[in-house]
Write a protein that binds this ligand. Structure first.
Ligand code: F6P
Length: 319
């Protein structure tokens, strides 16, 4: 393997830069050329590609976003788009590709692999929605960002004696809501994997109010439904003044936590090592605190399960 390409794709995640840095530096350390493909699969199709040096990744380990920029490419989903991409890979002499992104990005890599290109995926998404790995790059930072917001909202919730609903990202996965809800001491955590009954949420709020609780934080994952509508229902049924905050893209930015930087560095290095060892169609992950890898097709079959023990604990602690 003489030349490795690297791209970031899909929604960005804090720690992607640390992963790019690890890929570039591990490859150069091993005498391999690295080409940075900008704007994900769109950039691949359009030949938006530059050689990366050691200095190209200096001063980025602590930065959010992705130096290579990203995109959700519609063109790459077509056969014609993928053919164009393959031509570009040939023209630039790229003989292995590292894709940093979520499940959609991995599916793109899978397609290129079917066309004969060695690929390795690195899980970069705040959602933590990939079943084969315990954690994805960006999740820990997003949880900490949410936690910071929860603490601030809790202050004003207490001052006004209100209920505050906080909607977080995660697509169909409730992990951001679950982890930040547990860490933030939320009264209720609503996740798509479990669902909810409005009456149960209301009962809990009233129970808390009756025992003198001044604040109530309800975490809701975006995959569950309409947070604003829930706010109206709660207010109507309980008489408790309720406010809704949709945190949105603030969750995708910011300097990555130490945990995300370390994970990204380990995964980036492992991805290069796999390609150099002649492996293909792989994704890297972390299981039981150990960096591991798995066949991409197999990895994508794993469904993400909610940590039921943790969910149960949130119920006990918010009694
Ligand atoms: O997959 C990451 C994510 O932030 C999801 O949590 C969210 O649903 C989605 O991306 C938002 O996508 P976009 O930035 O394209 O609006």
């Amino acid at each position: 393997m003489k030349t490795i390409g690297v791209l970031t794709s899909g929604g960005d995640a804090p720690g992607m830069n640390a992963a790019i840095r690890a890929v570039v530096r591990t490859a150069i350390y091993n005498g391999v050329r690295v080409l940075g493909i900008e704007q994900g699969y769109n950039g691949l199709i359009n030949g938006n590609i530059k050689e990366m040096q050691l200095s190209s990744v200096a001063d980025i380990i602590h930065r959010g976003g992705t130096k290579l920029r990203t995109a959700r490419s519609e063109e790459f989903k077509t056969e014609e788009g993928r053919k164009k991409a393959l031509n570009v890979l040939e023209v630039f002499g790229i003989d292995g590709l590292i894709v940093i992104g979520g499940d959609g990005s991995f599916r793109g890599a899978q397609k290129l692999n079917e066309l004969g290109l060695p690929t390795v995926g690195i899980p970069g998404t705040i959602d933590n929605d990939l079943g084969y790995t315990d954690y994805t790059i960006g999740f820990d930072t997003a949880v900490n960002t949410v936690l910071d917001a929860v603490s601030k909202i809790r202050d004003t919730s207490t001052s006004h004696g209100r209920a505050n609903i906080i909607e977080v990202m995660g697509r169909h996965c409730g992990d951001i809501a679950l982890y930040s809800g547990l860490a933030g001491g939320a009264e209720s955590i609503i996740v798509p994997e479990v669902g909810y009954e409005v009456d149960n949420v209301c009962k809990k709020l009233l129970k808390g109010k009756n025992r003198g609780k001044l604040h109530s934080i309800i975490m809701i994952a975006e995959g569950v439904g309409n947070a604003s509508q829930l706010g109206e229902e709660i207010e109507e049924k309980t008489g408790i003044e309720t406010r809704v905050t949709i945190l949105g893209h603030i969750q995708r930015g910011g300097s990555p936590t130490a945990r995300d930087r370390i994970l990204a560095s380990q995964m980036g290095a492992e991805a290069v090592n796999l390609l150099l060892a002649g492996e293909t169609c792989k994704v890297v992950g972390i299981k039981d605190n150990k960096i591991m890898s798995m066949n991409t097709n197999e990895a994508l079959e794993y469904e993400r399960d909610l940590d039921q023990e943790m969910y149960k604990l949130t119920k006990i602690l918010s009694i």
